[in-house]
Write a protein of this length. Structure first.
Length: 438
């Protein structure tokens, strides 16, 4: 999912346990109606450099929808730090918007609450059919074997962004293709108050995205095949340690990044404070902060060895934003029309261009607009070397507990405390103990 930010861990944990273990969430599962056919409420996620940027992107499109349909959409752009907790509260109270953006990694967790409208064949037919969407995006819309809980809206993948001038000044001709190369390059670049790589160490969800990829590269998963937590295998411990070691041992990430949780690493990269950035579809964000397209290059995220691909050479999670409808909406028909509008070819081109993301709609994705060199890396990654985070009911809890464990380990690294295999395993054991009992 795109630009996921740290949720308030304690509140999310409580809300998630209430929502998911209840498997229905009380009034949230009540039936919807069309009692308010002229209005819709929409919670949009913060995709741009700021909430104000998002409002400028979205409002002209919402006005266009109102002109076409006669339905006025009241939008609220919700910061990532609040979004998951707000959604979980709405699933239990039944007091939510009609339509909302969700990070695609949350799909199965929110599906388990029973609060979201299932996208069965009949509902998909109302928006042009399920086959309009690419398979990789549909793979992160809910648990396997169940009707999707949401519809893909924006697709993204991680890439390595690198500052061309900083690389040239350090005598580096090409971006690193492996982690050993990244560490070696990062050490050459970490000097004079500048650093090799940026990170969001205090952002649980961003942490999850990276350690998930490292785990894949170590041949491990955080869940067993039947969906049970498995946070302390040798592979997952090695994965988390390798990520933390970029700060703790390799010294290519600034200790201050342990406190970053609100896109500060992106701003640092745009300002030339960091030479490299691991991020999802960052071009529009960087441009809004004054960094020209020709100032940086884009390459695949490194792997342990070889080239990106399937299996242990996975180098990104399948990132993206899905569009969901609360099933107790008082304008179900209008909500469906809005989803159809937002996923139309025309709107997909406008919105994904604005956010430098990739349309999950097949026909829009093939448009010349998205055939840029930057998008070529992202599209290739999504097609060949990205994997979906586990689509299990406890996924959101996993993001909170393991992401917070990684945050604590970054804090240790920043403070100069030793980060060992044993201390990593201990933090992951604590995280696993916080997961709901099966």
């Amino acid at each position: 999912m795109r630009r996921i930010r740290a949720a308030a861990a304690g509140a999310v944990t409580v809300s998630l346990l209430t929502a998911v273990t209840a498997c229905g969430g009380g009034s949230s599962t009540g039936g919807g109606s069309n009692d308010s056919p002229k209005t819709l409420t929409y919670w949009a996620s913060n995709q741009g450099a700021s909430i104000e940027v998002d409002k400028k992107v979205l409002q002209p499109e919402l006005d266009k929808f109102e002109k076409q349909s006669g339905i006025k959409v009241k939008v609220e752009v919700v910061p990532w730090s609040d979004l998951l907790n707000r959604i979980l509260t709405a699933t239990t109270s039944g007091q939510g918007p009609d339509v909302l953006n969700i990070g695609n990694t949350w799909s199965a967790s929110l599906q388990a609450t029973g609060a979201l409208l299932p996208w069965d064949a009949s509902n998909f037919a109302k928006i042009g059919g399920k086959d309009r969407f690419v398979d990789s995006a549909l793979g992160s819309t809910g648990a396997q074997g169940k009707d999707p809980a949401a519809v893909p809206l924006y697709s993204m993948a991680y890439a390595l962004y690198y500052n061309k001038k900083m690389f040239a000044d350090a005598g580096l001709a090409t971006p690193p293709a492996t982690w050993d190369e990244l560490v070696a390059d990062g050490k050459k670049l970490s000097k004079g108050g500048k650093w090799g790589l940026g990170a969001e160490g205090s952002n649980p969800s961003e942490n999850i995205h990276h350690v998930f990829v490292f785990a894949k590269q170590h041949g491990a998963d955080f869940f067993t095949a039947d969906g049970k937590p498995d946070f302390t295998s040798d592979g997952t411990v090695a994965a988390v340690k390798q990520y933390i070691d970029l700060m703790a041992k390799d010294k290519v990430i600034a200790p201050g990044n342990a406190e970053y949780a609100q896109n500060q690493s992106v701003s640092d990269f745009a300002k030339g404070k960091n030479a490299m950035l691991l991020w999802q579809s960052a071009s529009a964000n960087l441009k809004s902060q004054g960094m020209s397209d020709d100032a940086y290059g884009i390459a695949p995220v490194p792997v342990q060895s070889g080239t990106p691909g399937t299996g242990t050479n996975v180098n990104s999670m399948v990132a993206g934003i899905n569009l969901a409808v609360f099933k107790n909406s008082h304008n179900l028909d209008g909500a469906t029309k809005f989803v159809k509008f937002m996923t139309s070819d025309a709107e997909q081109k406008i919105l994904n261009t604005a956010y430098s993301s990739i349309p999950p709609v097949r026909t829009a994705q093939t448009d010349a607009t998205f055939n840029t060199p930057a998008n070529a890396v992202l599209k290739d990654t999504l097609a060949k070397s990205a994997a979906a985070l586990p689509q299990v009911a406890d996924e959101s809890q996993f993001e909170t507990t393991v992401g917070t464990a990684v945050k604590a380990l970054f804090a240790d690294a920043a403070a100069g405390r030793a980060v060992t295999t044993e201390s990593v395993k201990a933090e992951l054991e604590k995280a696993q103990q916080q997961m709901p009992a099966k």
